[in-house]
Design a protein around this ligand. Structure first.
Ligand code: GRF
Length: 216
């Protein structure tokens, strides 16, 4: 069966993008990373993708008069690579409503909290500040609202006494690198559907959309 073509949008480090690239090296993986687009020219993730032999493009938001024109340029690049699923991975630009509308049910994001808790920046510090005992990461469909949208899958980790933001972020990130490739696999297998704002992942064990890790 033809592999699902995935376009990944990044702005920085690119570790989640790299986890998708690694997963796609497996010949049984049902998706391929067709292109990586960054809005930041010197983002370390661009080099990682390029070194891995992935088509990359830098589309700098500053070169466009408004969000929608920028989003349309990104979209044109994705379409050039016949992308069917867009995975945001640390993409730090708020998009115009046009983008999720145009890519309806085909754009997903990973956020380092158990949504709907702690949207926005520094979600890990928000969890520490709130005294949460558990937090994690979420892969969700993108809707015009930032860090909202139907949840597809989550991974939970403990918040330990004395955690720094960096320590907690690293614990969550290890789960992000498990969760994102798993969800993209489900898309490649055609298992994910959205109806009335709720996600169904067909043919996986009940509970498979929630991963736990008690690892410190
Ligand atoms: C991750 O924590 C992700 O959840 C958030 O931004 C960070 C990106 O990290 N949306 P990386 O660029 O994938 O390493």
């Amino acid at each position: 069966m033809a592999k699902l073509k995935v376009g990944v949008l990044i702005s920085g480090r690119g570790s989640n993008m790299a986890s998708l690239v690694r997963a796609a090296w497996d010949e049984d993986y049902p998706a391929e990373i067709a292109c990586v687009i960054s809005n930041v020219g010197n983002a370390p993730g661009v080099k990682i993708a390029r070194d891995a032999g992935i088509a990359t493009a830098v589309i700098a938001h500053g070169d466009y008069p408004d969000r929608e024109t920028f989003d349309r340029a990104i979209s044109a690049e994705l379409e050039k690579h016949h992308v069917r699923l867009v995975a945001l991975a640390g993409f730090m630009r708020i998009q115009s409503p046009w983008f999720p509308h145009h890519w309806r049910n085909r754009v997903i994001n990973i956020h380092p909290s158990l949504m709907p808790l702690f949207p926005g920046l520094r979600a890990q510090q928000q969890a520490i500040d709130a005294g949460a005992r558990i937090t994690g990461c979420t892969v969700h469909f993108v809707t015009p609202e930032v860090d909202a949208g139907p949840v597809i899958a989550q991974a939970a980790v403990p918040v330990l006494a004395g955690d720094s933001e960096d320590k907690l972020a690293a614990r969550i990130l290890r789960q992000e690198h498990r969760l994102y490739p798993l969800v993209v696999r489900w898309f490649g297998e055609g298992r994910v559907s959205l109806a009335d704002g709720r996600v169904e992942v067909k043919g996986v064990k009940p509970g498979a959309t929630l991963l736990f890790s008690a690892e410190p």
